[in-house]
Design a protein around this ligand. Structure first.
Ligand code: PLP
Ligand code: TYF
Length: 398
């Protein structure tokens, strides 16, 4: 049965973790995977999460099956976070949310549903994008192509190229967009640019699929939802996958959602019935723990404000590390201008380091980064920053 099974390639990012774990050097630093570490280099368990978990354990709840679409209070809280509790979209019954197995699960059930609706549609993802986007939509049965996104010259978005590609896309094309904190580049669209993307999506009848994995890591919870506000105001139908992996530091609990915006209540009811069918045939219904904790935090004012403060602390620490990196590289005599790192949003910086410089960082210094030059700024701290700066200075000099 298995004699002809070929060895599959490792995930380029998760594979780095394995290499990092096997490294015995005490000074090693993992700037590969997109995970937030605190000032002591530890994966945090947020205080708001601890309190909600303590309450839950105390109550010793039974573990029956959840509804197929998940916990109602969770799904509602997700909508409120994405669009604001006062959103007219929500009150008009135009929004359906499904608890999902992380943001990845939200993408997957959205992709499977879209495949049933329009099996011939093409999917466009940004160039570059999160590694899993292509594979996930291909596995769902779509042909996946890219639209231009990153401009290495300006270290920003090649907006003209992006717009032109979307203007040429066939009606029904599914366009995967990073709602904020673009992975891997850290380069985001401005509000004005989002408006122009929306106008093209309307004119060309495209199907926008917004991936929101880092809400709160850019400028704030509301600020980072600007693209969603604009899409909501446009009257378009669109998809959102969202995740609490990063914003709640609940990576392993797999807490995410798929949200679909329809034309109205009647459409919503029919869409819900079909997405439930997709979920049922994939994993039946979602798990209880993570979503209960997130819903408790979001729906309990004291825990909510505790979480917002903890999220702000994560966001501000990343900012401080960006500033420290730029300042110290300059102080170390690196003549190349790294100030673009300050303009990038979210956990990542597309550092401009070449694949061979990344190899040297790993081999000579035990510093792990993605071969594209992407580094996770959220893994820097006061203890490892000087070491990382010296190593980068050394590989960019020679
Ligand atoms: N989308 C993007 C852009 C991501 O960076 C990630 C990160 O893991 C995900 C989706 C998946 O999120 P999750 O870990 O919640 O599945
Ligand atoms: O881009 C990252 O590092 C995170 C984590 O297959 C991740 O989004 C990376 C690869 C992957 C799943 C998650």
């Amino acid at each position: 049965l298995f004699s002809h099974v070929e060895l599959a390639p490792r995930d380029p990012i998760l594979g780095l973790n394995e290499a990092y774990n096997a490294d015995t050097r005490a000074t090693k630093v993992n700037l590969g995977v997109g995970v937030y570490y605190d000032a002591n280099g530890k994966l945090p368990l947020l205080k708001a999460v601890r309190e909600a978990e303590a309450t839950r354990i105390q109550g010793a709840p039974a573990r029956g099956y959840l509804p197929i679409e998940g916990i109602a209070a969770y799904d509602q809280a997700v909508q409120n976070l994405l669009f604001g509790a006062e959103s007219s979209l929500i009150s008009a019954g135009r929004v359906a949310t499904f608890q999902a197995i992380g943001g990845t699960g939200g993408l997957k059930i959205g992709a499977d549903f879209l495949q049933r609706l329009n099996p011939q549609a093409k999917v466009l993802i940004s160039d570059p994008s999160w590694e899993n986007h292509r594979a996930l939509f291909e596995n769902a049965g779509f042909t996946v192509e890219t639209y231009p996104y990153y401009d290495a010259q300006t270290r920003g978005v090649n907006f003209a190229g992006m717009l032109q590609a979307l203007e040429q896309a066939a009606a029904g094309t599914i366009v995967v967009l990073h709602a904020c904190c673009h992975n891997p580049t850290g380069a985001d669209l401005s509000a004005e640019e989002w408006q122009r993307i929306i106008a093209v999506a309307q004119a060309r009848e495209l199907v926008p699929f917004l991936d929101m994995a880092y809400q709160g890591f850019g400028d704030g919870i509301k600020e980072d939802a600007i693209a969603l506000d604009l899409f909501a105001a446009s009257g378009l139908n669109f998809f959102i996958s969202s995740s609490f992996s990063k914003s709640f530091s609940l990576y392993g609990e797999r807490v995410g959602a798929l949200t679909v915006v329809t034309d109205g209540k009647d459409e919503t009811a029919r869409v819900v019935s079909q997405v439930k069918r997709v979920i049922r045939t994939n994993y039946s219904n979602p798990p209880t723990h993570g979503a209960t904790v997130v819903a408790t935090v979001l729906n309990t004012p004291a825990l909510r404000s505790m979480w917002e403060n903890e999220l702000a602390e994560m966001r501000e620490r990343i900012r401080a590390m960006r500033a420290g990196l730029v300042e110290k590289l300059q102080a170390a005599g690196v003549t190349q201008d790294f100030s673009f790192v300050l303009r990038q949003r979210g956990m990542f910086s597309y550092s401009g380091l070449t694949a061979s410089q990344v190899d040297r960082l790993r081999e000579e210094f035990g510093i792990y980064a993605v071969s594209s030059g992407r580094i996770c700024v959220a893994a820097l701290n006061q203890q490892n920053l000087d070491y990382v700066v010296q190593a980068i200075a050394s590989v960019v000099r020679a």
